[in-house]
Design a protein around this ligand. Structure first.
Ligand SMILES: Nc1ncnc2c1ncn2[C@@H]1O[C@H](COP(=O)(O)OP(=O)(O)O)[C@@H](O)[C@H]1O
Ligand SMILES: [Mg+2]
Length: 230
């Protein structure tokens, strides 16, 4: 079952009164790959974070497979993984192996089995040789791969990636993009990379805290270019 937003709005109170971070929105996210595009500060991260309960709606409901993000937040977060722009905010252990092993703690109780599985995952990601090196010695691309592997190790049904390639060079962008587009999971991808948006099944343009366009990626990209006058 897909992600459903019913009359969802987000606002915060400020000294100048209420500020809308998302105007009332109703939609269903069922496609395998969905891009979210829009200018800086338009509300993409707010929208993305609503989907796994990192942000709770001020009004309306967000459900994932029928689970309410407000009521069943922990269960929702087990289903919906979230990759941040900066992998440093996600990598908490000293080495790659330990970091992946930490993600496996809930599903594999035996320590040796957990380390063995962590090694398998690193091998799949092409990081086997870096298993025991400090995460600080990894390149930006390797860190993002590791952060992605850590989330995938928790076996989510949906992966939300909030500008996962923004800090990366072209080669690493391709590396991460190839991984993301090879996933069996549903992918919700916030991106400024319009080529990546075009590879999705659906694209949503966020502008000024609203869904300004929702449809075919080619149409969405044309809409977005027109919006910013490029
Ligand atoms: N908790 C908050 N309080 C006040 N303003 C916020 C808060 N969260 C986000 N904003 C503002 O809302 C707008 C949308 O933020 P965000 O969703 O992070 O945009 P994007 O990811 O598209 O850059 C920005 O102007 C941001 O400064
Ligand atoms: Mg953002």
């Amino acid at each position: 079952m897909p992600i459903q937003l019913d009359e969802v709005a987000v606002s915060v109170s400020t000294a100048d009164g209420d500020l809308a971070l998302l105007h009332p929105t109703t939609l269903t996210l069922g496609e395998r790959r969905i891009a979210l595009v829009g200018s800086n500060g338009s509300g993409k991260s707010t929208f993305a974070r609503l989907l796994n309960g990192l942000i709770e709606p001020t009004a309306g409901t967000v459900t994932v497979d029928g689970l309410d993000t407000r009521r069943d937040g922990a269960a929702v977060r087990r289903k919906v993984g979230f990759v941040f722009t900066n992998p440093d905010s996600q990598l908490v252990m000293p080495t790659s192996l330990e970091d992946i092993a930490l993600s496996l703690r809930r599903t594999i109780k035996d320590k040796d089995a957990r380390r063995a599985q962590a090694r398998n995952i690193l091998t799949e990601m092409g990081l086997a040789e870096r298993a025991d090196t400090s995460i600080h010695a990894l390149s930006g691309g390797q860190k993002q791969l590791l952060a992605l592997a850590g989330i995938l190790a928790t076996d989510p049904d949906v992966l939300i990636a909030d500008e996962p390639t923004t800090l990366l060079d072209l080669r690493n962008t391709q590396l991460i993009a190839d991984r993301l587009f090879a996933l069996r999971q549903q992918l919700i991808l916030v991106t400024h990379d319009l080529d990546l948006a075009l590879r999705c099944d659906r694209a949503i343009v966020i502008d000024d805290a609203r869904v300004a366009f929702d449809g075919q990626p080619a149409d969405a990209v044309a809409f977005y270019r027109e919006l910013v006058g490029s």
